[in-house]
Structure formats: C-alpha cells, structure tokens
Design a binder for this molecule. Structure first.
Ligand SMILES: [Zn+2]
Length: 339
C-alpha cells in the first residue's frame, strides 16, 4: 500500500510520516471522521510504514521488503485488527488484546493494533482498555477508529493523539478518481458530487458497487415522463414510489439536484451543472421550466424530504409533489403537448 492510494488528508499523512522519521511515534492514536473517509486505509498504510524496513527512502512503504510483502497479503503477524466486522467490542476482546500486547513482536520492531468502530466498546471493555493506556508497552501502537470521538470515554481520549479526518474537497476526489480509474472528467465529477465528499462512496460509484447512478437514471427518466405527460402519469408512478419508500430521501434529493441543474441551464449557468452527463436533457427540460416558480419547487421538495418519514399520508404527499413538478414544468403548454 502507499499513502498516495488514499485521497486527501495530506496534512495528516505528512504529520504521521514525520512522527516516523523523527522517531516520535505515539503509543495511541484516535482517527476520527465519518465512515468512508479512508480512516482504516490510512491506519493500514501507517502500520505498514512502521513495519517497513526501508521506509525512510521516499516517505512511502517500500512494498518490497519481507515485512511489506507479508503486510500486503494481510499476513503480518504483528498487525492486529480488532472488531473487523464492526460490531460490539466486548471485555473478552480487550482481554485478548492485552494478552497479545504484553508479548514481544514476532517479526517487526513494533506491534500495531487497529480497533475499528472503537466507540462500540462496552463500558467494561472500555475500562479494561483504559488500564492498557495507563501503562502502554513501548513496542505497541494502538489506533482507534471512530466516527465520533465524543462516544469514547474522555479518559481514553485524553491519553491518545486525536487525528481528525477532514472533508476531502471535490477536486481532490475528481483527480484521485481520474488517476486510479479509467473514467473521464465528466463521470469523475458526477461521482465526486454524489459521494458528498466520502471517498469510498465515490470509489463505489465508479466501480458500480453503489447503485446511486442507476437510481439517478431511473428518476431522471421518470421525471422526463412526468413533465411530458398529463396528470394520469401520477397514477402510473404510484407503484414506483411505493417500492422506493425506504429510499425516498435519496430519490427526492436526486429530483432536487435535477431541478437545480435545469434552473442553472435555464439561467445560462451550464458550468454549474452537477449531472454533467445529462446536459442535453437538462437543456430540453429548461425549455419547459417556469423560471419564476422553480425556487418554490426546490423549497417544497426540501420540506417534503424533511417530513416524509413521519408523514402518515405518504401517497398523498408524493402525488402533490408530482403535481407541483408538472405545474412548474408545463409553462409552455402548447409545446409540451406536442411531444
Ligand atoms: Zn517495506
């Protein structure tokens, strides 16, 4: 693995590399940040750097030495990943960790313990773990991963170096995707936008392990039919929206982004398009849009999205939303009926 395999977090990478080069590695780190930001991946590269016998050459693990080779096949005996299935961490898990931490490393000069979702420690586990931090063995590095440091007990936090993962900006994601995957700048930009700054989500979108692009295609095609047909289409859509009840927030968000895009096109700001791969359709829909009420529609969609989970009359709310869409997109009735 390489640091360059992970997008963004450049300051964090630099400071971790510096601690190795200046022989100033802490015994315990907390990596805090939302899921999918690359906390686990960075903790692995850092661990590999600590094992690599040739690290100092270019500030990347060499990926050639025996330690690196074993690490890359996830077979290094001094790497311990705890809670790899991201469930509850029980007292027994911590007991096993303590037993291991008190032994000498097998092959490297240190042992590394990565604890995923470390806030999932039961109170008993957390208390037992705290004792390890009070007298940490010199030859071990513990990395706690969490999406929220406040969920850990403060006495643990105060004994660790907390590293907060920053949001990655869209350009960093776009450049990373184009460098690592065979995609053009349009698709990289679309994936970066829909990932909301979560790198792993962006990767899943381009590798088709996330179905948001498929959902988007269906929703935009449906939207196209809604604005080109009469109100009878609303009954045709009922089944679809009933099936998508669990995903409705996502669906409404796609609709909102589409309406936003069409409004930008209408106002000659095509550069701001999110769904860049649908530019032609956005131009076509812009001809249908009543510019004066497009803002109202986005606001209404936002309100629907806020309340829909608690709304007893889901079907009625959806019907009203679709009627509102038709109202905004049937400005020039003469032209839409011909299509
Ligand atoms: Zn190496």
């Amino acid at each position: 693995m390489y640091y360059s395999d992970i997008a963004g977090q450049n300051d964090t990478k630099k400071s971790l590399i510096n601690t190795i080069n200046s022989d100033n590695v802490s015994h315990c780190y907390i990596f805090e940040g939302p899921k999918g930001m690359g906390k686990y991946e960075l903790s692995l590269v850092f661990a590999q750097s600590l094992f690599c016998t040739d690290f100092k050459v270019n500030d990347e693990p060499c990926n050639v030495c025996v330690d690196c080779v074993k690490f890359n096949s996830m077979n290094h005996p001094d790497l311990h990943v705890i809670n790899s299935d991201e469930k509850t961490i029980k007292r027994e898990d911590i007991d096993t960790l303590i037993e291991s931490i008190n032994k000498k490393p097998y092959e490297a000069s240190r042992k590394v313990y990565i604890i995923k979702d470390s806030h999932e420690m039961t109170p008993q586990a957390a208390n037992t773990f705290l004792k390890t931090l009070e007298e940490p063995p010199r030859d071990s590095v513990i990395i706690l991963l969490t999406n929220n440091v406040n969920l850990l007990i403060p006495t643990i936090v105060s004994r660790c170096q907390v590293i907060k993962f920053k949001d990655i900006n869209k350009n960093e994601i776009i450049n990373f995707l184009m460098e690592k995957y065979d995609i053009d700048s349009v698709m990289a930009a679309v994936a970066a936008y829909y990932s909301k700054g979560i790198l792993n989500k962006a990767i899943n979108i381009v590798t088709k392990n996330d179905d948001i692009m498929e959902k988007r295609k269906v929703v935009i095609e449906l939207f196209d039919r809604i604005i080109k047909t009469d109100s009878g289409i609303i009954f045709d859509c009922e089944n679809y929206f009933e099936e998508q009840k669990d995903n409705i927030d996502e669906i409404i968000e796609i609709i909102m982004l589409w309406v936003r895009d069409v409004a930008f096109v209408k106002n000659k700001m095509e550069g701001l398009l999110i769904n860049k791969d649908y530019l032609e359709l956005a131009r076509e829909h812009a001809k249908y849009m009543r510019n004066d009420v497009a803002g109202d529609l986005i606001e209404k969609l936002q309100r629907i999205s806020d309340n829909i989970k608690n709304n007893v009359n889901y079907k009625l709310t959806i019907d009203r939303m679709l009627l509102k869409i038709q109202e905004v997109f049937k400005y020039d009735k003469g032209s839409w009926r011909k299509i």
